[in-house]
Design a protein. Structure first.
Length: 94
């Protein structure tokens, strides 16, 4: 998939908006994988997913994919400390 300059600019604006959003910044206080926090994990994953999506030969809604990636771990609690959660973290099947 080839990005126009306009589309690239829009993705960068969206990424930067959420990077500094005060709701999203709260994710820095929530533990994630391997000693990280959900904020760091989320934005690392967002970069990785965007690179893969852009390299793919599929026409994708990149802005919504980016937003979904950013919010995929937006729960603001340590999931490892919740005993009665409906689904084990990361174990959803489609």
């Amino acid at each position: 998939m080839k990005l126009t300059e306009e589309r690239k600019r829009k993705l960068e604006e969206t990424y930067t908006y959420y990077l500094h959003d005060e709701r999203i910044l709260k994710m820095k206080d929530v533990p994630a994988h391997r000693g990280s926090n959900t904020y760091i994990h989320t934005f690392r994953l967002a970069k990785e997913i965007m690179k893969k999506a852009i390299k793919s030969h599929k026409e994708l809604d990149l802005e919504n994919l980016l937003i979904a990636t950013i919010f995929h771990d937006y729960y603001l609690y340590d999931w490892r400390k919740v005993k009665d959660r409906p689904h084990p973290h990361g174990k959803y099947q489609i």
